[in-house]
Design a protein around this ligand. Structure first.
Ligand code: GDP
Length: 195
């Protein structure tokens, strides 16, 4: 009826200003922490995996390129612990323009598992979905003492991202905030440029 048509038209008008982005990756690699850092500029040392954040929203201004200065509202979806059961539903992927595929730089296993998460993204995601690979917990690798070791080289991650035709590779720290804004900003800009 008319209502459906109106709603469809409204979506078409708003589409360039709103983006759905999803977070995907192994449990404990820092997805919720990245979301909290971006939307609330905080870090929780002992976040409860069971009380995961489900949604976040934030207006992001594009810094570079032909769309510099444009403001876009991001709606960011987090798995809220469902990734542990591989129980992520189709609705999670639906309508997402961008995905942050996250692993921890302190866990090579979490990097290797990105292959499986990428297969899911390709199977379930929209055809034009852009995927940005994110190596998180960058701060840990810089601590001289007491820190965990870096298990994934930048070159290795970069190479895999290129081989898979991903939108790029960035390193972040949800703890210090390093690279977090840039990661979301880069993905927003690339998705927007494609729309
Ligand atoms: P998720 O399961 O992928 O959502 O991961 P969480 O955001 O719950 O983070 C798992 C654990 O790693 C928590 O104890 C966080 O405090 C910690 N963590 C997350 N991001 C970072 C980071 O950038 N650096 C450090 N040192 N710890 C982090």
């Amino acid at each position: 009826g008319h209502q459906t048509e109106d709603r469809t038209r409204l979506f078409e008008v708003l589409k360039p200003f709103i983006q759905k982005q999803i977070l995907l990756g192994d449990a404990a690699c820092g997805k919720s922490s990245l979301l909290v850092r971006l939307t609330d500029d905080r870090f929780l040392q002992h976040s409860e995996p069971t009380i995961g954040v489900e949604f976040g929203s934030r207006i992001v201004e594009i810094h570079e390129g032909q769309d510099a200065g444009k403001r876009i509202k991001l709606q960011i979806w987090d798995t809220a612990g469902q990734e542990s059961f591989r129980a992520i539903t189709r609705s999670y992927y639906r309508g997402a323009g961008g995905a942050l595929l996250v692993f921890s730089l302190t866990s090579h296993q979490s990097f290797s598992n990105c292959q499986g998460w990428l297969a899911d993204l390709r199977a379930w995601g929209e055809e034009d979905l852009l995927v940005l690979l994110v190596g998180n917990k960058g701060d840990v690798t810089e601590e001289a003492t007491g820190g965990e070791k870096r298990e994934v080289d930048r070159e290795e991650a970069d190479k895999w991202a290129q081989e898979e035709g991903l939108a790029g590779y960035v390193e972040t720290s949800a703890k210090s905030g390093a690279g977090v804004e840039e990661a979301f900003n880069t993905l927003t800009r690339l998705v927007h440029a494609r729309q």
